[in-house]
Design a protein around this ligand. Structure first.
Ligand code: ADP
Ligand code: MG
Length: 394
């Protein structure tokens, strides 16, 4: 990555403002139900603690819409982080102003402070310069480790970089390096697997990847629109009628570029969008009016798996079917296994795809699992992420 990292700067005794993504899911009792994002930030926090920095963490949690709202307080996060780090993590009652300045002034080298939810201020998402300046005034150095929010130019991701030196944290570096290398310098064959509900969510990703990959595999609900473009009937499947023309153009573009575009040739169809709906596997030419496609078929899954096994680089974004229901999870399972078994570099991004990979217990066999859903999509679209662009050049 051509950006400075925490290894490139002096940290001992310095007040370091670290933007982390601690936007963790909480249950009704306010208990953290999944701390993956917190664990992902630990290497950077520990590096700073061990290097004798005074660590000031900033994050958002949920959508409090610029209002103080106790149900979005980071208090449970501070408590859990204390346990993960094995040291006390204080919580400042506000991310700017007197509560923040007072808490920072008592910080010793190697100590960690968490600022209260930055989105309790409407100025955060508006990237208000005065608010950003106040945040930045707490520290001498800014570290961005929140890949998951790097696609947003907010005060705590972009605004602060106008006031103090800004470098990438270890998680940010890892995300940008793995995905950047895969897109810019892929070992070939380079295979992308795109799935999920809708074409419209991922047009930009498909268009960008068509410029780069050798094989593009399309499954999931979005494949229906491509099947329709190929002239098949898709019954009452999820279909984006207004995107059929675009799907035709993408099929042509793939041909013109010499990219092998793989669509399902058989599918699992059901009578209803229900876990126990009667279902059968049919050739894509045999879908009946009353049926909906809820998964790729076994023949397609094997065919996709064969392509994946030859790949030196794999990017996977989007499940192959309605994997939340066991009856329609087999396609996604087969692809998860194939990606896990692939000897090349394998990268999985997208909230639901990552959940599928975790559910199928193959997460640790992937080279890289992206922590940022929206951010990884924008990265795959080839967009410049403002939170990354704002960091100092190496
Ligand atoms: P990701 O979060 O990995 O980017 P998406 O959010 O784009 O993935 O899509 C995931 C959703 O797509 C899942 O909830 C899944 O049930 C749904 N989906 C996949 N295949 C189908 C299908 N054939 N019909 C309807 N929904 C589908
Ligand atoms: Mg999703």
């Amino acid at each position: 990555m051509n950006k400075k990292g925490i290894n490139d700067v002096e940290i001992r005794g310095k007040r370091v403002l670290v933007r982390v993504d601690f936007n963790v899911p909480l249950d009704k009792q306010g208990q953290i139900t999944d701390d993956t994002r917190m664990r992902a930030a630990l290497p950077t926090i520990k590096y700073l603690v061990e290097g004798g920095a005074r660590v000031i963490l900033a994050s958002h949690l949920g959508r409090p819409k610029g209002q103080v709202n106790p149900s979005y307080s980071l208090a449970p996060v501070a408590k859990h982080l204390s346990e993960l780090l094995g040291q006390d993590v204080a919580l400042a009652a506000d991310c700017i102003g007197h509560p923040a300045m007072k808490a920072v002034s008592t910080l010793q080298d190697g100590q960690v402070l968490l600022l209260e939810n930055v989105r309790f201020h409407a100025e955060e998402e508006k990237n208000n310069p005065e608010f950003a300046r106040e945040l930045a005034a707490l520290a001498e150095l800014f570290v961005n480790d929140a890949f998951g929010t790097a696609h947003r130019a907010h005060a705590s991701t972009e605004g602060v970089t106008h006031y103090i030196p800004a470098v990438a944290g270890l998680l940010m570096q890892k995300e940008v390096e793995f995905m950047g290398n895969a897109l810019e310098r892929p070992e070939r064959p380079f295979v992308a697997i795109i799935g999920g509900a809708k074409v419209s969510d991922k047009i930009g990703v498909i268009e960008n990847l068509l410029e780069k990959v050798d094989i593009l595999i399309i499954g999931g609900g979005m494949a229906n629109t491509f099947l329709k473009a190929q002239g098949f009937k898709v019954g009452k499947s999820l279909l984006e009628t207004e995107k059929v023309e675009l799907a035709k153009q993408l099929i042509e573009k793939a041909q013109a570029k010499g990219v092998r575009l793989e669509l399902p040739i058989d599918v699992v169809v059901a009578q209803a969008f229900e876990a126990d709906a009667p279902h059968r596997t049919v050739n894509v030419s045999e879908i009946q009016d009353g049926e909906m496609v809820l998964d790729i078929g076994a023949v397609s899954a094997e065919r996709f798996a064969t392509h994946i096994s030859t790949a030196r680089t794999v990017i996977w974004n989007g499940p192959m079917g309605v994997f939340e229901m066991d009856a329609f999870a087999k396609g996604t399972e087969r692809i998860a296994q194939a990606v896990a078994a692939c000897g090349g570099t394998t990268i999985v991004g997208g909230g639901d795809s990552v959940a599928a990979v975790e559910k199928m217990n193959v997460a640790d066999r992937m080279t890289h699992i992206s922590t940022g859903g929206g951010a990884s999509l924008e990265f795959l679209e080839g967009k410049v992420l403002p939170g990354v662009a704002a960091l100092s050049e190496a």
